[in-house]
Design a protein around this ligand. Structure first.
Ligand code: NAD
Length: 478
């Protein structure tokens, strides 16, 4: 097995260590696998200076050259897929097959945004003779980005790709608990020839780093993926400095199972998605609203499928679901389960920690869940599924919209009428029908309501990293 990488700060094209560090734990057995450096203010000042220098150079670099660097880095990460995947499974716990797919997904973000980099068209607005109105899209400046621990590779890839493709510089604080993915990205960008200063990687105490970086120059934009609470906190700081934000926050995805589909197949697909990444996905399907005709069959098939999911060490090829990523998620699963039981929801599968070493928690299924159960409104961010019957599609849509979140939503139906009702009625950024895939590199991804604003990916993704500048040019003065 390749060694877990040494974790450092990457500033102005060089690696550095710090005297203060945090432990990195393997969630499969709670052993320490490495140490994560804590950046000092001097390190952050150096990163800011490097980003200013990097932006001056990169914003004037041709889009084709920017795209070429991203594609070279993606090719290197593809070559290093196995090494990267193994370090992700060690620090995060996800099954190795899912870690391998995550590496490829990160590469796809790089490759898609590289393609978009050369299509950042402006426009010429028709006017009377002698005057030209030309709209330019220009990179916004340096980006302060903050990525979470649930996808150590693909989450940072999204933000790094957006910034670099657009001609920005970036200082990213990746997650201290799962830092290896970002370290591998830094290595690939370095080896691909990215000039020093364009990309900088730091770690430390999250609130100290974000509150230091956000108000300072050359930071012109803040990008974050994580909880709604932290997103609001960061947005307040960005607002004080009048800097725009890209916020990809929590979700609580509803799944509406209509009465015209095979409930067994819908349940089979749902269990696979629920267990993916141990349920620690902002698009994870969580609230299942099933039309009465299909309710019993869906519920029973879901429970059977959940009980069959093999939970274990992510390196065991038979494992379908690893441990949750940290002790906070384990505590949250135990708390939400106790609350649901106390309020009368029927526990049909899982519900208790597996063993006492490693953060193992099974797929846990509650049925006939009353609305006041805490997990119905608090994002579980773990392998918890809540199933409730609804009488009509309209009732399902109403329940889907009842929370302040609106990130991903799903439905199973073959009826064109139902699809129209869902498309018009569900408040979300990403609606998927007959599939539980919520986003791919080529589609815009993001939320509405308290799930945030802005989009990553798709043709829209790079626009957040650009400013719009209109130039009015009269041929004669006057
Ligand atoms: P959290 O919100 O404290 O942390 C989430 C991420 O944000 C971490 O990687 C952390 O380093 C970063 N962070 C936290 N405070 C920050 C700050 N002040 N400045 C900059 N970055 C900061 O919570 P957690 O315990 O790690 O996770 C709990 C909840 O976070 C979950 O229940 C889930 O709702 C949400 N979450 C969402 C996503 C997502 O993909 N949208 C990812 C991870 C966590």
């Amino acid at each position: 097995m390749p060694a877990y990488p040494e974790i450092g700060l990457y500033i102005d094209g060089t690696w550095r260590k710090t005297s203060d560090t945090l432990p990195i734990l393997n969630p499969a057995d709670e052993t320490e696998i490495g140490r994560c450096p804590i950046a000092t203010k001097a390190d952050l000042d150096d990163a800011l200076a490097a980003a200013a220098k990097g932006f001056a150079l990169w914003s004037r670099t041709s889009p084709h050259k920017r795209a070429a660097v991203l594609c070279r880095a993606a090719a290197l990460m593809r070559e290093r897929q196995e090494e990267i995947a193994q370090s992700i499974t060690r620090e995060h716990g996800k099954p190795i097959a899912q870690a391998r797919l995550e590496v490829i997904r990160g590469c796809e973000f790089f490759e898609w945004d590289a393609g978009e980099a050369v299509r950042l068209y402006g426009r010429v607005i028709p006017s009377e003779q002698g005057i030209r109105y030309i709209v330019h899209h220009q990179p916004i400046g340096a980006v302060a980005a903050f990525s979470p621990w649930n996808f150590p590779m693909s989450q940072p890839c999204r933000k790094i790709a957006g910034a670099i493709a657009s001609g920005c510089a970036i200082i990213i604080k990746a997650a201290e608990e799962t830092p290896a993915g970002a370290v591998h990205i830094a290595r690939a960008l370095h080896d691909a020839g990215l000039p020093a200063g364009v990309f900088n990687l730091v770690f430390g105490v999250p609130a100290d780093i974000s509150s230091y970086l956000i108000p300072r120059q050359p930071v012109r934009m803040v990008a974050f993926t994580g909880s709604t609470a932290v997103g609001k906190w960061l947005s307040e700081r960005a607002a004080q400095a009048m800097k725009p934000v890209l916020m990809e926050l929590g979700g609580h995805a509803p799944v509406i199972v209509c009465d015209d589909v095979d409930p067994i197949e819908a349940a089979r697909l749902s269990v696979i998605r629920k267990s993916r990444n141990q349920g620690q996905v902002c698009t994870s399907p969580t609230r299942f609203f099933v039309l009465e005709k299909n309710y019993t069959a869906f519920r029973d098939a879901f429970v059977e499928g959940a009980k069959a999911i093999k939970v274990g060490d992510g390196f065991d090829p038979a494992t379908q679901m690893g441990p949750v990523a940290n002790h906070r998620r384990l505590a949250a699963m135990e708390e939400l389960t106790a609350d649901a039981k106390a309020k009368g929801a029927k526990l049909l599968a899982g519900g208790t920690r597996i063993g006492n070493r490693g953060y193992y928690f099974p797929v846990t299924v509650f049925a006939d869940v009353p609305d006041d159960v805490k997990a119905m409104s608090v994002e579980p961010f773990g392998p918890l599924a809540l199933i409730a019957p609804v009488r009509t599609l309209e009732e399902g849509i109403e329940k889907a919209n009842s929370l302040p979140f609106g990130l991903a939503a799903y439905a199973f139906t073959h009826s064109a009428r139902n699809v129209d009702l869902l498309t018009d009625g569900v408040e979300c950024g990403n609606l998927s029908i007959n599939t539980l895939e919520a986003s791919v590199a080529e589609t815009p991804f993001g939320g509405v309501k308290e799930s945030g604003y802005g989009r990553e990916g798709g043709a829209e993704g790079l626009h957040h990293y650009m400013i719009v500048k209109n130039v009015s040019h009269r041929m004669a003065m006057g």
